[in-house]
Design a protein around this ligand. Structure first.
Ligand code: SF4
Length: 197
């Protein structure tokens, strides 16, 4: 486990990486003419899972800045979310439950929201072990891209690698790697901050 000072330094760098993600999203969305204003879908009902301790910890730094009562309300909502998602999955459906941190369309932890909240929507590519994977983005982006196929596509590769590097720094050297994380944001809220021991 690394010291509190080192943890803070790594989290600060995640904050900078998030700013780069926001800028990359803005560039790709404006090249396409994509806007979320008046969209009939709300991406905050998308079923996403998250995979790093560092994002989980950064999210909690944002939550900890909120008044205790507010935080408790979000945790109650998160429990309801987990239950509703479990029911959808047991029926074989893709869950479409509103994120517990969405307050009438506004994100309660906007500066601390997770990577996928920042990058979802625009067409993008990722280079991984399995080769270059292409993603079309949201339904609006897909339509816009069909009429403008030369529009620049966001490359997530460097941002994913930077995030993986920060995750490794946060976890420090250890004999056995921690188990892989595959959690919804609501599950993170219910579980509390990540254990880094
Ligand atoms: S964390 Fe914020 S941006 Fe992300 S899904 Fe929840 S409300 Fe939406």
């Amino acid at each position: 486990m690394i010291s509190r000072r080192k943890t803070d330094a790594v989290l600060k760098r995640l904050g900078k990486l998030y700013q780069e993600m926001d800028a990359a999203y803005t560039n790709a969305a404006s090249a396409l003419g994509l806007s979320c204003v008046d969209c009939e879908n709300n991406c905050c009902t998308s079923y996403f899972q998250h995979h790093t301790h560092i994002e989980w910890l950064y999210l909690f730094r944002g939550l900890e800045a909120l008044p205790e009562e507010t935080r408790a309300r979000y945790i109650e909502r998160a429990k309801e979310y987990v239950e509703a998602v479990g029911e959808s999955l047991s029926r074989g459906e893709v869950p479409t439950v509103m994120c517990p941190l969405n307050d009438d369309g506004r994100c309660a932890v906007y500066d601390h929201r997770l990577m996928i909240c920042r990058l979802h929507g625009v067409p993008n590519v990722i280079l991984s072990r399995n080769g270059l994977q292409h993603f079309q983005g949201c339904f609006k982006a897909k339509k816009l891209f069909e009429s403008n196929p030369e529009a620049p596509v966001m490359d997530r590769t460097a941002m994913y690698r930077a995030l993986a590097g920060l995750e490794m720094e946060l976890l420090g050297k250890r004999k056995t790697p921690p188990p892989r994380i595959d959690l919804t944001l609501a599950q993170m809220l219910v579980m509390g901050p990540p254990s880094l021991k």
